[in-house]
Design a binder for this molecule. Structure first.
Ligand code: NAI
Ligand code: OAA
Length: 334
């Protein structure tokens, strides 16, 4: 167990000192994500939890001379309660990944109960933490966490995030490949959700703005189905792990920056959103300003093209079903 003294000791060097927890830390995403969190100077305590092997991953990372103490937990070794105590940020990459031929929704039957049970433990042990959900299907697992938190009276919509950053990374990369530009400077806002047609890149808001329709269609499709490229290339051995770790670490760093009081921290993320609530869509991804309490402001979509409006209309039809599926699951399987 980390003591408060340890936390204070380390908080003197950086201006911030946060405990970050990775649930599913020994997995394909969990290991590189834990490495990247070990390299983040805002993190002073890093707790790694998995059904097995988390203490080994923690021992390995603990030799890296950065400003954090790492500890591994399993069900037999202080368990979730030990891992989660005093957490500021909890990342959840626990659950099964896709194989070729599967949709993210096909993962629901296995991952829904995993995420529900982890959410119960977070509600009991770290109800004030920011919770970053990576486990698929994100469109449904985020509503699952929200329902569990509501049932336990600890739901804070400002602290629950579906991580859609990988869509943003892909959009930058793929757009730069088409335009021959520097991917680092190619910023693309991606809105909606995190699966197939619910992923909507707003290419009309990029510097290029006007794409040839054929190029635009192909680029949009590649961004929407980028995950499938990796699933197919891995031939049954899983889905994106390394690019996802980078995406998760970038988003976690933004959340930590917001908590630390940095200004103008803006990332697209799937949150409890006012944008389409009147249509029964409680969760939607758009640009969000992150602050000391989590979500500070959910941005509107801005000016979009009629092509993008059509994509959003289609995305909403799927999203409403995905969200309802998560809500119903928790009501029927509390
Ligand atoms: N949001 C996104 O953009 C992305 C999400 N994903 C999703 O992330 C999830 C994890 O993917 P991978 O790391 O590749 O899978 P993996 O199978 O390599 O690792 C998953 C880990 O979760 C652990 N786990 C399972 N049940 C658990 C529980 N109850 N408590 C704690 N740990 C548990 C497993 O032991 C394993 O170590 C999948 O659902 C995948 O679809 C993957 C890529 C991108
Ligand atoms: O495709 C998958 O199943 C994993 C994922 O969410 C992604 O890579 O975007």
């Amino acid at each position: 167990m980390f003591s408060r003294i340890t936390r204070r000791q380390f908080s003197t060097t950086p201006s911030t000192a946060y405990k970050t927890v990775v649930l599913g830390a020994a997995g394909g995403i969990g290991q590189p994500l834990s490495l990247l969190m070990k390299l983040n100077h805002k993190v002073t305590q890093l707790s790694l939890y998995d059904l097995r092997n988390a203490p080994g991953v923690a021992a390995d990372l603990s030799h890296i001379p950065t400003n954090s103490v790492v500890k591994g937990f399993t069900p037999d070794n202080e368990g979730l309660a030990g891992a989660l105590k005093d957490a500021d940020v909890v990342l959840i990459p626990a659950g099964v990944p896709r194989k070729p031929g599967m949709t993210r929704d096909d993962l629901f039957k296995t991952n829904a109960s995993i995420v529900r049970d982890l959410a119960k433990a977070i509600a009991d042990n770290a109800p004030k933490a920011a919770v970053l959900v990576i486990s698929n299907p994100v469109n449904s697992t985020v509503p699952i966490v929200a329902e569990v938190f509501k049932s336990k009276g600890v739901y804070n919509p400002k602290k629950l995030f579906g991580v859609t950053t990988l869509d943003v990374l892909r959009a930058s990369r793929f757009t730069s490949e088409v335009l021959g530009t520097n991917p680092v400077q190619e910023k693309v806002t991606v809105v909606g959700g995190h699966s197939g047609i619910t992923i909507v890149p707003l290419l009309s808001q990029t510097k290029k703005k006007d794409f040839d329709p054929e190029v635009r269609d192909a680029l949009t499709h590649r961004i929407q189905f980028g995950g499938d490229e990796v699933v197919q290339a891995k031939q049954g051995a899983g889905s994106a792990t390394l690019s996802m770790a980078q995406a998760g670490a970038r988003f976690a760093n933004s959340v930590l920056s917001g908590l630390a009081g940095e200004t103008d921290v803006v990332e697209p993320t799937y949150v409890d959103s006012p944008l389409f609530k009147s249509e029964g869509i409680d969760f939607f991804s758009s640009k969000v300003t992150l602050g000391t309490e989590g979500v500070k402001e959910v941005h509107g979509l801005g000016e979009i093209s009629s092509y993008e409006q059509d994509l959003i209309n289609k995305a909403k039809e799927t999203l409403i079903k995905n969200i309802q599926k998560g809500v119903t699951f928790v009501k029927e399987n509390p």
